[in-house]
Design a protein around this ligand. Structure first.
Ligand SMILES: Nc1ncnc2c1ncn2[C@@H]1O[C@H](COP(=O)(O)OP(=O)(O)OP(=O)(O)O)[C@@H](O)[C@H]1O
Ligand SMILES: [Mg+2]
Length: 289
């Protein structure tokens, strides 16, 4: 199983089967005020706490503003990490950073090779806008993600300007290229608004499919409510499935039986949530008949 990185976002690890996979890219999408910068800072800070180096690429607000906000949040230790160079800031415009990716990123990656850092880009949107041609966008972002993964675990934020349905053209490419996608929904114009988080995808890991409320709390940061989501690691149901299926396929060649038994050993009861067992037994039987 892949090594998991604790996200630092309270409640999120439980929804992503233990956190993000090490050396993955997570895209966090949300409108203004959703908490993207808070998410990025909180993720980096969690790594700093355990001795990982952190790189914050800011393409929007200046470094001073982000640090001020972090201190305001109660995260004064950010100042110490900056002083001892554990936390590095890169301040650039979208165009400058696109240039950096094309020309300087290979050298940068070479220098940091073998690192196990945390990297945040907040937000990536100006880089996408500075590269209008879709094909070039895909190339540039794909290249950026592949290179950064060599350095560590990455969080990239994206602004959402359209309706909160992830359909906007500027979101499509990064959503495809990312390993994990998290959607922050927030409508400040609605007085009864609630902040809601949805894990849209996590590559090679399972995740909650529910929509979870979250809050931003001074001193703590983002807190996500589980709403009863607790993956069941038990194997009561999966063992019953295995028993019934193996009985059913008794006459099958041993190789096939072994293969099926092996696959079934990986399944926990949570994986079978909502699955009709008898129907599944029938379907597998029919497939190999
Ligand atoms: N110190 C704090 N205490 C409590 N809540 C805070 C604090 N700082 C920020 N917040 C909350 O977080 C919200 C914005 O967070 P953040 O700046 O991370 O959003 P964002 O998605 O990055 O927004 P933008 O797209 O404008 O950059 C604020 O509107 C506020 O509700
Ligand atoms: Mg922000």
């Amino acid at each position: 199983m892949a090594v998991k990185v604790k996200t630092g976002i309270y409640g999120l690890n439980a929804l992503t089967n233990g956190g993000f996979n090490a050396h993955s890219v997570t895209v966090v999408i949300g409108p203004a005020g959703a908490g993207k910068t808070t998410f990025a800072t909180q993720f980096l800070r969690r790594g700093l706490e355990i001795g990982q180096e952190a790189i914050f690429v800011s393409l929007d607000e200046n470094k001073e503003q982000i640090i001020r906000d972090a201190v305001e949040m109660g995260w004064e230790d950010i100042l110490d990490y900056l002083k001892n160079d554990m936390l590095v800031f890169i301040d650039a415009s979208g165009r400058e950073f696109a240039e950096f990716i094309r020309k300087e990123l290979p050298g940068f990656v070479e220098k940091w090779k073998g690192a196990d850092a945390r990297i945040a880009i907040d937000p990536l949107t100006p880089v996408i806008w500075s590269t209008p041609e879709r094909y070039r966008q895909r190339e540039l972002i794909g290249y950026l993600f592949r290179q950064l993964k060599k350095l560590g675990t990455v969080v990239v934020t994206l602004e959402e300007h359209g309706p909160p349905d992830l359909s906007s053209p500027e979101l499509v490419i990064p959503i495809y290229l990312a390993d994990n996608v998290i959607h922050l929904r927030y409508r400040p114009e609605d007085p009864n608004t609630q902040r809601k988080l949805k894990v849209v995808k996590t590559r090679s890991s399972k995740h909650s499919e529910l929509t979870h409320e979250y809050r931003i709390v001074r001193g703590i940061g983002i807190v996500v409510m589980r709403h009863g989501y607790t993956p069941r690691q038990t194997r009561e149901v999966s063992h019953r499935l295995k028993r019934e299926l193996l009985r059913r396929i008794e006459g099958f060649p041993p190789v096939v039986r072994e293969q099926i038994a092996k696959a079934l050993d990986l399944i926990t009861d949570d994986d079978l949530e909502g699955v009709e067992l008898d129907e599944l037994v029938d379907s597998i039987f029919e497939e190999y008949l």
